[in-house]
Design a protein around this ligand. Structure first.
Ligand code: F0G
Length: 358
C-alpha cells in the first residue's frame, strides 16, 4: 500500500486562517475551495518560444469553477458572523455563481445583479440553480456595481463584491498556495487577468504577507492584463462602454484600480492589454497543448505572457505562473464558436474510417 493517503482538505479558512480576520467564533461556510492544481506547462512554454519554467494555477478547479470561491468563503462566513441573512453583488458572472452557491450552503438569501445578455451561459445557470434572486439589468457591470453599493448602504444586506475586504483576504490564499506548491518560493513573475482588479490586489497582498511571515524570502513581479476593449487602467481613464469576448473582465471602471497600480509599481511589474484575437488564440493553445480548459478571460494571462516575451519583459531561466481564473465550461458558446467543428460520418465503421483518413 502506498504511504500516500487521501485526506479531507478543509478549505482555505481552516488552512490559512492565521492570515485572515477570523476567530474561533467565526462560523466557517466552506465548499472546500482552494488547493487547486499548479500544472507545469512545457508544451505551452514551447509555443510561447520561452526558455522558462511555466506553471498554470488552475483556479477553474474550485467548487464553483472560479477563484471567486476563495473570497466568497470569507465574505459569507463573516456575513454569518455578523448575523446577516442576505448577500448581494453585481457580477459579470463568476461572483454571482459563487455568491449564490455559498449563500445556498449557508442557508441565506442571495441577490445578484448581472448585465443582460453579456454573461456566459454556465454562470447564469449556476446563479439560477442555486436559488439566487437574479436581476438582469439593462446596463453593464459598472452600472450594476453602483446600484448594489447604494443598496447595501441602505438595506440590511451584505455586499460581497471585492470591495468587501474579506473577499480580498480570502483571495490571498491563491498566492500562499502557489508558494507552498513551488516548495516555499514565489515565482519570478506572476501573470493574471485584470477586471475589477480585486485579484491582482489580493495576490500582491498575499505575497507580501507570506514574506512578512518568513514563508518566502522575496516577491514576484506582478503583471496584469486587461482586454483591449476594456482597458481603463492601461488607457488611464474609465471606459464608458467596455467590450470584449472575455465577458468576465468586461469592466470599464475597476473598483480596485489604485490597488492594482500599487501592485504593479511596488513589484516593478506592468499592466497591459491583449486583444480578443490574442485571448482566443491563447485559450485554444492552453486547451490543446496542455489539456487545461479555461474561460476566455483567464487566457488573458497567457496571451499577456506571449506579449511580455515578445516585448522582452521576462527573462529566460525563470519561473512563471499564469493564473487561470475560471473553468472553460463556464462559457461553452465561445469555445464552440472558436474550436474546430466535429466532422460528420455515416453510422458505419467504413464511414468513420473514411472521415478519419484511416
Ligand atoms: N477572470 C475571471 C474568470 C473573472 O470572473 C474575473 C472577474 C476576473 C478574471 C478578473 O478579476 O475582477 O478581480 O480583476 N470577475 C468578476 C465577476 C468581475 O463579477 O465575476 P478581478
Amino acid at each position: 500500500m502506498s504511504s500516500l493517503s487521501v485526506s479531507k482538505w478543509p478549505g482555505i479558512i481552516k488552512t490559512y486562517g492565521d492570515f485572515f480576520s477570523v476567530s474561533k467564533k467565526t462560523p466557517v461556510v466552506t465548499l472546500q475551495e482552494g488547493n487547486t492544481p499548479l500544472i507545469e506547462a512545457p508544451r505551452l512554454a514551447d509555443w510561447l518560444g520561452a526558455e522558462v519554467e511555466l506553471y498554470l494555477k488552475y483556479d477553474g478547479a474550485n467548487p464553483t469553477g472560479s477563484f471567486k470561491d476563495r473570497g466568497m468563503t470569507m465574505a459569507v462566513s463573516k456575513a454569518r458572523e455578523a448575523g446577516s441573512e442576505a448577500v448581494i453583488c453585481a457580477s459579470t458572472g463568476n461572483t454571482s455563481a459563487s455568491a449564490a452557491a455559498f449563500a445556498a450552503h449557508a442557508g441565506i438569501r442571495a441577490v445578484v445583479l448581472i448585465p443582460e445578455g453579456k454573461i456566459a451561459l454556465g454562470k447564469l445557470a449556476q446563479a439560477m440553480i442555486h436559488g439566487a434572486e437574479v436581476v438582469q439589468i439593462d446596463g453593464n457591470f459598472d452600472e450594476a456595481l453602483t446600484i448594489v453599493r447604494r443598496l447595501a448602504d441602505e438595506q440590511p444586506i451584505t455586499l460581497v463584491n471585492s470591495i468587501n475586504p474579506f473577499r480580498i483576504e480570502g483571495q490571498m490564499s491563491a498566492a500562499f498556495e502557489v508558494c507552498d506548491q513551488l516548495g516555499g518560493r514565489p515565482p519570478t513573475y506572476h501573470l493574471l487577468p485584470v477586471g475589477n482588479a480585486g485579484n491582482i490586489t489580493a495576490y500582491w497582498r498575499g505575497y507580501k504577507a507570506y514574506r512578512e511571515a518568513g514563508r518566502i524570502d522575496r516577491l514576484p513581479v506582478m503583471m496584469g492584463f486587461q482586454a483591449a476593449g476594456s482597458a481603463p487602467i492601461v488607457l488611464g481613464h474609465p471606459v464608458a462602454k467596455p467590450e470584449t469576448v472575455a465577458t468576465a473582465i468586461r469592466i470599464g471602471n475597476p473598483a480596485s484600480w489604485k490597488f492594482a497600480e500599487a501592485a504593479r509599481d511596488e513589484s516593478g511589474g506592468r499592466i497591459d492589454m491583449v486583444t480578443d484575437e490574442e485571448i482566443l488564440a491563447a485559450q485554444g493553445k492552453i486547451a490543446s497543448l496542455e489539456g487545461v480548459f479555461c474561460e476566455p478571460a483567464s487566457a488573458a494571462s497567457v496571451a499577456g505572457l506571449k506579449r511580455a516575451i515578445a516585448a522582452g519583459w521576462v527573462e529566460s531561466e525563470t519561473t512563471i505562473v499564469c493564473t487561470l481564473t475560471g473553468h472553460g465550461l463556464k462559457d461553452p458558446d465561445t469555445a464552440i464558436a472558436n474550436a474546430p467543428k466535429p466532422s460528420k460520418a455515416p453510422a458505419t465503421m467504413a464511414g468513420v474510417c473514411k472521415v478519419l483518413g484511416l
